[in-house]
Design a protein around this ligand. Structure first.
Ligand code: ADQ
Length: 482
């Protein structure tokens, strides 16, 4: 069955919209969201119709969407984007508090950062209901819906109650914690039950699937079939599988090969050569799950324990501030800047700066060109559902040169076996792996990166979508044929 076989009836539902309109001094600035999900699903909807439903978060979003609908892409529109508008109170309760200060830290097993409140949950539920009503009013008979992530955990069940004829796939992008932790969520039963409204429930790794099945067994006392990954809830059957998300490696290879990006890459390499240094890059949102401060501790240890690498490696860190409305995030960013400066004070000398720091988002082609220019990438997440940066770095290495150092706590580490893996909470381990990476033979380096590139060629973002949509289509056909 072809991926396109949903006959224009696929509705994609996400918290973040694929196209945002912001008020700017010169009128309205149209922005397109980057990221794997948008870049894979947007072309699919552009080809085959369907619709996208998301929170209209841009300051000019109401203006450009009369009646809450805007055709997108803005140039040569192909499909409708239905914007769900939220009051400031709803944004605070649903997004900042319940999603980002509750479910996000708990799913990443950072209990002391986790805060729940009934009031926030009330708003979370209200917003999920808004999404469900909107989608229920749009979905054609026997249509298919593909919803996403921890912001919308209650949505599948709410939609099923309103529209039992619709087939629903829901993908959870972040880790699912062990039940001993997940039960700390005061609404854990409602969250789990909400997700069971889907027909297809997708997670990043087999471990996440396993943890979810345990939450169903122990939290809801519903039996699960672990060998098939199937849960029967009354007459409703839920299939739970791992669908590891990936990147469009061919597009990345193409990007880094364009003359403009080749020039950019060559410029970065030249600057590094002039300073006689190799380049190690890290690219993250400034989020405490990404292990930014632990990374700096490890780098300090690396220069202390292996002084032969001083003046030989510069760590380039591209960090975008994120969720700055949450105090913990602002504090983290300041601590990160201070700790980087301390390493520079301690080790920097004779024109060598150990830590260079870029505080902004870099457009995608340039970011891929930067990855290609780098000798190493260092991904140090404490927990990460997948981590696309690791896969992007590997994809950009068309010269089979770069070395990936990857936290073993990422979903990506389960697939990218040829990376140098480390425990992000063990600075001695990180320092040792950095040293091993720095003295690797050219043959070993080429073998490792080639093997990882092959793996990504065999498991692209399109394979991810194809598997999910195929499974969803199978369900949709059973609904359509009574
Ligand atoms: P994130 O936590 O956002 O995603 P990640 O998977 O690394 O983490 O994706 C980040 C994306 O943003 C990458 O495509 C990266 O290139 C881009 N990015 C980061 N910093 C940037 C910068 N300064 N400039 C430009 N681009 C930047 C969540 C989960 C992950 C999961 C993804 C997808 O937390 O575990 O892999 O969803 O499912």
């Amino acid at each position: 069955m072809a991926v396109e076989d949903h006959r224009g009836s696929l509705i994609v539902v996400t918290n973040r919209e694929p196209y945002i309109d912001e008020k700017a001094a010169q009128g309205i600035r149209r922005l397109q969201s980057a990221g794997g999900v948008v870049s894979a699903l947007d072309p699919l909807l552009q080809r085959s119709g369907g619709a996208w439903v998301a929170w209209g978060s841009g300051s000019a979003d109401r203006e450009t969407a009369p009646g809450g609908v805007r055709m997108v892409p803005p140039i040569d529109p192909k499909y409708p984007l239905h914007r769900v508008f939220l009051s400031p109170e709803e944004v605070l309760g649903y997004y900042n508090r319940y999603s980002n200060q509750g479910l996000w830290p708990l799913s990443h097993m950072l209990i002391e950062r986790t805060q729940f409140s009934r009031e926030a949950f009330h708003l979370y539920r209200r917003v999920n209901q808004k999404f469900a009503r909107r989608v229920a009013s749009l979905a054609p008979p026997n249509g298919s819906v593909f919803s996403h992530d921890y912001h919308l955990a209650l949505f599948p069940r709410m939609l099923r109650e309103l529209r039992p004829d619709v087939a629903i796939a829901h993908f959870w992008h972040i880790p699912w914690p062990p039940f001993t932790l997940f039960r700390l969520c005061p609404q854990h039963q409602e969250i789990t039950r909400g997700l069971l409204g889907a027909d297809i429930l997708g997670f990043q790794t087999p471990q996440d699937v396993d943890n979810f099945l345990t939450a169903v067994e122990r939290g809801l006392k519903i039996p699960v079939d672990r060998t098939q990954g199937v849960i029967q809830v009354g007459t409703h059957r839920v299939v739970v599988r791992d669908y590891p998300i990936s990147v469009d490696i061919t597009a990345i290879e193409h990007m880094v090969n364009t003359p403009r990006i080749q020039r950019w890459t060559a410029g970065i390499r030249k600057r590094a050569r002039n300073h006689h240094v190799s380049l190690a890059v890290s690219v993250d949102r400034a989020d405490y799950t990404k292990g930014l401060l632990q990374r700096l501790q490890a780098i300090d240890k690396f220069f202390a324990q292996y002084p032969e690498h001083r003046r030989r490696i510069t760590f380039l860190q591209v960090v975008v501030p994120t969720r700055t409305e949450v105090r913990a995030y602002r504090r983290l960013y300041d601590q990160f800047v201070d700790a980087s400066a301390r390493i520079n004070d301690k080790y920097g000398d004779r024109g060598w700066t150990p830590m260079v720091h870029i505080r902004r988002s870099i457009d995608r082609p340039r970011l891929m060109g930067l990855f290609r220019a780098a000798d190493y990438a260092l991904v140090s997440s404490l927990f990460d559902g997948m981590n696309l940066v690791a896969k992007e770095f590997v994809s950009s290495q068309i010269d089979n040169q770069g070395v990936l150092l990857l936290s073993e706590m990422t979903g990506a580490a389960q697939e990218l076996e040829e990376a140098f893996h480390f425990n992000p909470l063990d600075p001695d381990d990180v320092a040792e792996q950095l040293h091993r990476a720095a003295i690797i033979s050219p043959e070993d380096r080429a073998r490792r990166i080639k093997s990882m590139r092959e793996h990504i060629h065999d498991h692209t973002i399109y394979d991810w979508i194809t598997r999910i949509i195929r499974d969803l289509n199978d369900v949709a056909h059973t609904y359509a044929t009574p």
